[in-house]
Design a protein. Structure first.
Length: 111
């Protein structure tokens, strides 16, 4: 945890790489809990670390229940509802992180 606030000087999106304090941080789009969510991956002390925010939280929970509670709208041209789309996004995001084979996940704090 930083002991003082870090000023936000740049907006990032999936595919970006950010240099900070000698680390190269990879930004990965990981929608699921929120549509614009990203995760951050970097190597430190020989380990690949994934900071996944609310994609995974607490002691390993996922936010599928939140996605299930989204209001179900009429299917768009794709033929799927908003809830189904949220579930698909969540699963795809979890697979993106798994494919990067992190040694450690840093999730959001328990709610």
């Amino acid at each position: 945890m930083p002991v003082e606030a870090i000023r936000n000087v740049k907006t990032v999106r999936g595919g970006d790489r950010v240099e900070w304090e000698g680390l190269t941080i990879e930004v990965v789009d990981t929608p699921g809990y929120t549509t614009g969510a990203v995760s951050y991956l970097f190597e430190a002390d020989g380990k690949r670390i994934a900071c996944v925010g609310d994609l995974i939280y607490g002691d390993g929970k996922i936010s599928i229940s939140t996605a299930c509670k989204m209001p179900s709208r009429k299917p768009k041209r794709t033929g799927i509802t908003a809830t189904q789309r949220a579930r698909r996004n969540l699963i795809a995001s979890l697979r993106k992180i798994a494919a990067r084979n992190p040694d450690q996940l840093i999730p959001a704090a328990a709610r």
